[in-house]
Design a protein. Structure first.
Length: 164
């Protein structure tokens, strides 16, 4: 009987090691999941990029992002006055963005008459500040032809912002 007890005890011990070995063959852990939601980026046009009043003597009128006018075309101090264009970008604070301006020229028109605007530039900082809003300015160069037909010339130009 002692021998049978030893054999049964041995089988139980071996069975215990076998269960232990099987239970060590797999493991389970919980993984982590997360998401960060950010505010959409938006852009709103403000002040019109205005070159003021120029004479039809030909040349260029440049308006800087600071609203300073220069160039080779004779200009008048009468209304409408010149101004840089402004845009307000709104989005997630601390995120960076890129402002894209026209790479070439756009036309402004008065009836069938046109002039070109090009060399666009901005003073966009490229990072949304605390508070989520930044206003930046756009400047450009207007080319006035000799004998340009009188009129009020208008048009639009695209500005795009996107998160980096």
């Amino acid at each position: 009987m002692k021998k049978a007890t030893k054999i049964i005890a041995g089988v139980i011990v071996m069975f215990g090691f076998t269960l232990s070995a099987f239970s060590q063959g797999s493991a389970t852990a919980n993984g982590n999941a997360a998401a960060r939601i950010i505010a959409p980026i938006t852009l709103t046009a403000g002040t019109t990029l205005h070159f003021g009043t120029a004479y039809n003597s030909g040349g260029t009128v440049i308006v800087s992002t600071a609203g300073v006018r220069s160039g080779t075309c004779a200009v008048s101090a009468s209304a409408p006055l010149h101004s840089a264009g402004t845009f307000t970008v709104t989005g997630e604070p601390s995120l960076t963005y890129t402002a894209t301006l026209p790479a070439g020229t756009i036309n402004i028109t008065s009836g069938a008459n046109t002039m070109t605007v090009g060399v666009f530039n901005s003073n966009a900082l490229g990072t949304i500040p605390v508070g989520g809003t930044e206003t930046f300015s756009v400047g450009a160069t207007l080319t006035v032809g000799v004998g340009q037909v009188s009129g009020l010339y208008t048009g639009t130009y695209p500005v795009t912002v996107q998160y980096n």
